[in-house]
Design a protein around this ligand. Structure first.
Ligand code: CA
Ligand code: CA
Ligand code: CA
Ligand code: CA
Length: 469
C-alpha cells in the first residue's frame, strides 16, 4: 500500500511537471514576435571547461572575464575554478579557444573557490593584470616577462565573508586602480536566503584606496559606505555627468543603492525607485540604452510569481522571508532609466523586460549592430529544486526602435538552459560583431560566436536554411 502511495505521488509530480513544461510560455509578453531583421546568427564554439560546484564548500557563484591581454586584438577568457579546481585561461587563436593556463603562470591553491575577477592594467604597462576574488581573499596577479605572478592582498576582509566580485575605479584620477569589494557571508555563516531585516547580518563590502604601489587602505567608513548586507555586484559609473564615478551596488535581499560620488572620496546614498521596496537585485548591466548620453541601469531579480511563469521562480512564501506585511517585495527585473540630475524611473514594464524569471548576471551590448543596445541575461538558480527539471533559457533581449525589448534567444540559437551566472561579451573573431559567453555553474562554459549576417539576410542570400537538407 505504502509503495503504491509513494509511486502515485511521484507519478502525480512528474505529470504536473510535464503539464507545466508543455504549458510554459516561451516569453511573458505574448504580443511581441521578433522581427527577422533583429535576429543575430550565432554558432557555438567549444570551450574545454566544465565548472565543478560543491555546495557544501562554496557559494553558488563563479568568476570570469574576457580581456585583450596585450591590446593586439587577441581575446583572452579567464574562468574561475570551483573548490579544488584550478582557474583556467584561454586565448582565442586561429578560430578556437586554446588553453594557456600552464604557460600563463596562473595558479590557485587547493581547497579554495574563485568567485570573481577584474581584468585591468594596474601598472600602466599596457598589459592586463588580474584581481581575483576567492573564498580565501583577494589576489592580484601582475603580468611580467610573459607570465602572471600572484600575491594575496593584505586587506581587512571580515573572516566570515567571502569576496564575490570586484568593481574598479581611479577615484583620485592618479592612474591608479581603486577597488570596491563585494562581500557575502561564507557558507557556514549563511543563516537563510531571504533575510531582509536582520541588522548586522550579511557581507561587509569594502572600498579600498590604492596606496600608489598596489597595496590598499580600507576607506569604507570614511567614504560613507559602511553598510553590512550581502552583496553580489557593484559598478562604478558616472551617473550624473559630474566627472566623478558614482557607485551602484546590488544588495541581495534589499535594495539597489545609487551612491553619488561627492568628489572628496565620500559617497552619498541617493534615493532611487528601489529604495522604498525590497527585491533580490543580483546582476547589474550599465548602458545608455536610450541613446541620450546618460547611462541607464538594468538589474536582474527573482522574477514574478504568476501562472504564465509558474515554476520559473520560487513562490512568495519561500522568498518573502522576514519581510513584514507592510514591506513590498518587488520580484521583477528593474530597468532604471536615467532621467538626469541623479533621478531614475523604473521602466521595466514599459520596456517589456520586467517579467523574465530568475536572473543572475546581465549586460548591455548591441548584438544586432543597429546602434540600439540589447540585453543578455543569465538565468536559473542551482539552489531552487524546480530548476533542476525546468530550466529557463537565458535571455537575449533585442531592443526595438520603440525602446521595447523582445526575446530572440531561441531564434538566434543562443539558448543556455544551465545554471548560468554571467554573460560576457567580446568580438573574439574580430569581424565587427559582438560574441557572447555564458559561464555556467557545474556545467560547461558556453561561447557563442556571431558570424557576418543576421539570419534573415543570410536566408535572402542563400535561401531558407531548410533547403540544404
Ligand atoms: Ca600591466
Ligand atoms: Ca558622478
Ligand atoms: Ca541592437
Ligand atoms: Ca565576432
Amino acid at each position: 500500500m505504502l509503495i503504491k502511495v509513494v509511486v502515485g505521488f511521484f507519478v502525480v509530480i512528474i505529470a504536473l511537471l510535464v503539464i507545466r513544461k508543455v504549458t510554459w510560455l516561451p516569453a511573458p509578453y505574448l504580443t511581441i514576435t521578433p522581427p527577422q531583421s533583429e535576429i543575430p546568427d550565432f554558432e557555438e564554439m567549444p570551450v574545454d571547461f566544465v565548472h565543478e560546484f560543491d555546495s557544501s564548500k562554496s557559494l553558488p557563484f563563479m568568476g570570469a572575464a574576457v580581456f585583450d591581454l596585450r591590446g593586439n586584438g587577441e581575446q583572452h577568457l579567464f574562468v574561475g575554478g570551483g573548490y579544488n579546481q584550478p582557474d583556467h585561461l584561454y586565448v582565442f587563436r586561429a578560430g578556437q579557444f586554446v588553453d594557456i593556463t600552464v604557460e600563463s603562470g596562473l595558479t590557485k591553491d587547493q581547497e579554495d573557490t574563485t568567485y570573481g575577477v577584474a581584468a585591468i592594467d594596474v601598472n600602466n604597462d599596457g598589459i592586463v593584470d588580474l584581481f581575483v576574488a576567492r573564498e580565501s581573499g583577494v589576489y592580484l596577479y601582475t603580468y611580467n616577462n610573459g607570465t602572471y605572478t600572484g600575491a594575496k592582498l593584505d586587506i581587512p576582509l571580515d573572516p566570515k565573508c567571502a569576496p564575490l566580485s570586484i568593481a574598479v575605479a581611479d577615484l583620485k584620477k592618479r592612474g591608479l586602480v581603486d577597488l570596491f569589494i563585494c562581500a557575502y557571508v561564507k557558507v557556514p555563516y549563511v543563516e537563510g536566503q531571504s533575510i531582509f531585516n536582520k541588522e548586522g547580518y550579511g557581507g561587509k563590502s569594502l572600498l579600498l584606496l590604492n596606496n600608489g604601489d598596489n597595496t590598499f587602505t580600507d576607506i569604507t567608513k570614511e567614504a560613507g559606505l559602511d553598510y553590512v548586507h550581502n552583496t553580489f555586484q557593484a559598478v562604478f559609473v558616472d551617473l550624473d555627468d559630474s566627472g566623478e564615478l558614482d557607485l551602484v551596488v546590488a544588495y541581495d535581499t534589499g535594495q539597489v543603492r545609487t551612491y553619488k560620488n561627492l568628489g572628496n572620496l565620500t559617497f552619498k546614498n541617493m534615493p532611487n525607485p528601489t529604495s522604498e521596496v525590497y527585491s533580490y537585485p543580483m546582476g547589474i548591466a550599465v548602458g545608455d540604452y536610450t541613446g541620450n548620453g546618460r547611462p541607464d541601469l538594468f538589474f536582474s531579480n527573482i522574477g514574478p510569481f504568476k501562472f504564465s511563469t509558474l515554476g520559473s521562480s520560487p513562490p512568495n512564501f519561500l522568498v518573502r522571508g522576514d519581510l513584514r506585511k507592510d514591506q513590498y517585495l518587488l520580484r521583477t527585473n528593474i530597468l532604471l532609466k536615467n532621467e538626469g540630475g541623479f533621478t531614475f524611473k523604473n521602466v521595466a514594464q514599459e520596456a517589456k523586460v520586467a517579467d523574465y524569471g530568475f536572473g543572475w548576471g546581465t549586460l548591455f551590448q548591441d548584438f544586432t549592430n543597429n546602434g540600439l543596445l540589447d540585453i543578455a541575461l543569465a538565468q536559473n538558480y542551482i539552489g531552487f529544486p524546480v530548476h533542476k527539471l525546468l530550466r529557463l533559457p537565458c535571455r537575449l533581449l533585442v531592443q526595438l526602435k520603440d525602446k521595447t525589448f523582445v526575446p530572440v534567444e531561441k531564434e538566434a540559437g543562443v539558448e543556455n538552459p544551465y545554471f548560468a551566472i554571467s554573460p560576457l561579451t567580446a568580438d573574439f573573431n574580430n569581424n565587427g560583431y559582438p560574441d557572447l559567453v555564458y559561464t555556467n555553474l557545474h556545467s560547461n562554459v558556453k561561447c557563442i560566436i556571431r558570424y557576418a549576417f543576421t539570419r534573415s539576410v543570410k536566408e535572402d542570400l542563400y535561401g531558407p536554411t531548410f533547403c540544404f537538407f
